[in-house]
Design a protein around this ligand. Structure first.
Ligand SMILES: Cc1cc2nc3c(=O)[nH]c(=O)nc-3n(C[C@H](O)[C@H](O)[C@H](O)COP(=O)(O)OP(=O)(O)OC[C@H]3O[C@@H](n4cnc5c(N)ncnc54)[C@H](O)[C@@H]3O)c2cc1C
Length: 446
């Protein structure tokens, strides 16, 4: 398209949006446009046609209709933490200002607006002794996190965040505002619980809260050895669902703020969050620590759940491992020593593996361990392929070309049916989305 045509389309689009929305519309050249267009990922440099800061649900609907009318795509962004596609030439719809949290302590339910971050839910729920199924960072958006499954440190006990959703209001590609739940548009409701943001724009989310107040959480550092990792595989399978753990092989920096016993060496960091009786935590850890050798540094303590910052490992390579055979451990250690990559082995299972009937499509629920590397090399995937299932978790996947690998074959087939029914033109395509091949037989979605 030539520049005159582009400019004409631009002025019509932003003129239309300015007339229709009560929020704010920003166009290229303004300081606000520059500040708002970028997501967290520094390698993305999107140039949307227009940025809309939505003030209410009507603004979201107006933005969707305007984008459709003008034939441009639309991208939804709350915090930009999970944005992996540049919203070039699109309407970039920011829900960031639409924050709200309503807690019903009697029903143990929270309802949030689409811009809400976990920190706001944690703060609102804590006075009632309640907690949401948040993840490692309170700055992450509730809606994006939950649509992508949402695995937090209470997940072994209560399941994925997506399992806790009881109702979602969603604007579909054709502009209908639907309230979905187990008995209302059940197929769409099912897809939203882990299938990602490709099915509609969620305008409010209702989910369960859980009676968790104090937890025992933190890190224990032990010497690095392959035997300790082998022991972790056996020990983890004996743990109650109240205890979530991960084992992280990492090279500690040589800086003064690092305890001397850890400085400038590779260690194992055992991450622990126990929501059961604090008096039991160290008994449960004892077999592992007896095998792991002297504890080099101990940061485990009792604290409010809302303050348990568990940190994360950037998931540049993730696969699920059915087991941790010695050959796999040797390979992981070799990769760590050769590249300095942090290796995180996380124990899943518990309620994630036993979610009850008609659970959403999130994750590879049967897999007991995930393995994450933050600095993979070109040959890393090939070296580890023999030990993994070749699957991933949507929230930890940056490559939108691999979205299908986040689901089981049966869930993928069902997601494609829902997609064809609710968004046959793939309007919601700027993010993780499943598309149905043209010859995919259409089954009825409700
Ligand atoms: C520091 C950090 C820690 C993390 N920790 C965890 C963790 O412990 N567990 C875990 O499971 N994940 C974790 N994640 C991943 C995170 O859950 C995803 O990146 C998630 O997509 C972020 O959602 P957001 O709304 O904050 O991001 P955004 O970039 O604003 O949105 C990401 C995507 O979510 C979808 N989306 C957002 N809002 C809507 C909406 N209203 N309607 C429809 N679709 C929508 C869109 O597809 C959008 O592209 C972490 C990410 C970071 C950066």
């Amino acid at each position: 398209m030539n520049r005159i045509a582009t400019n004409a389309r631009q002025s019509t689009l932003d003129g239309d949006l300015r007339r229709r929305v009560t929020g704010t519309v920003h166009t290229p050249g303004s300081a606000a446009y520059e500040a708002l267009r970028r997501p967290l990922r520094a390698d993305l440099d999107p140039r949307p046609s227009v940025v809309v800061e939505a003030a209410n649900v009507a603004d979201i609907r107006s933005s969707l209709l305007a984008a459709r009318q003008h034939g441009v795509p639309l991208a939804v962004q709350a915090t930009g933490h999970g944005t992996h596609v540049a919203a070039d030439d699109a309407v970039l719809l920011k829900t960031t200002g639409m924050t709200s949290v309503l807690v019903d302590p009697a029903r143990r339910i929270a309802r949030v607006g689409p811009g809400t971050r976990w920190s706001e839910v944690l703060t609102a729920a804590a006075p009632f002794g309640l907690a949401p199924l948040s993840g490692s960072s309170p700055t992450v958006g509730v809606t994006g996190y939950t649509l992508g499954g949402g695995v937090g440190w209470l997940a072994r006990r209560f399941g994925f965040a997506s399992d806790s959703v009881v109702r979602a209001q969603v604007l579909t590609a054709d502009g209908r505002l639907l309230t979905t739940g187990p008995d209302q548009y059940p197929d769409l409701f099912w897809a939203l619980r882990g299938g990602g943001g490709g099915f509609g724009i969620v305008t409010s989310l209702e989910f369960q809260l859980y009676p968790v107040d104090q937890v025992t959480a933190g890190f224990l550092y032990v010497p690095l050895s392959g035997e300790t990792i082998a022991c972790y595989e056996t020990w983890a399978s004996t743990l109650p669902d109240e205890l979530s753990t991960a084992l992280v092989v990492r090279r500690m920096p040589a800086t003064d703020d690092v305890p001397a016993a850890l400085r400038d060496r590779s260690v194992i960091m055992l991450k622990v969050l126990h929501s059961g009786d604090p008096a039991q935590t160290r008994c449960l850890l004892a077999p592992m620590l007896a095998a792991a050798g002297p504890v080099l540094h101990d940061e485990l303590r009792v604290l409010p759940y809302a303050q348990a910052a568990m940190g994360g490992t950037a998931a540049r390579h993730l696969d699920f491992f059915p087991a941790l055979p010695s050959a796999a451990i040797d390979e992981l250690l070799a990769v760590h020593h050769a590249t300095g990559s942090t290796v995180e082995i996380r124990h899943w299972g518990g309620a994630m593996a036993d979610p009850g009937p008609d659970a959403g499509p999130a994750g590879h629920r049967e897999a007991p361990f995930s393995v994450i590397l933050d600095t993979p090399q070109p040959d890393t995937a090939a070296r580890l392929a023999a030990y993994g299932i070749g699957g991933t978790f949507l929230n930890f996947l940056a490559d939108t070309g691999r979205t299908a690998t986040a689901f089981s074959a049966e869930n993928l087939r069902r997601l494609r049916d829902v997609k064809r029914f609710y968004d046959p033109e793939n309007f919601f395509r700027l993010g993780h989305t499943v598309t149905a091949p043209a010859d995919h037989p259409l089954r009825r979605a409700a």
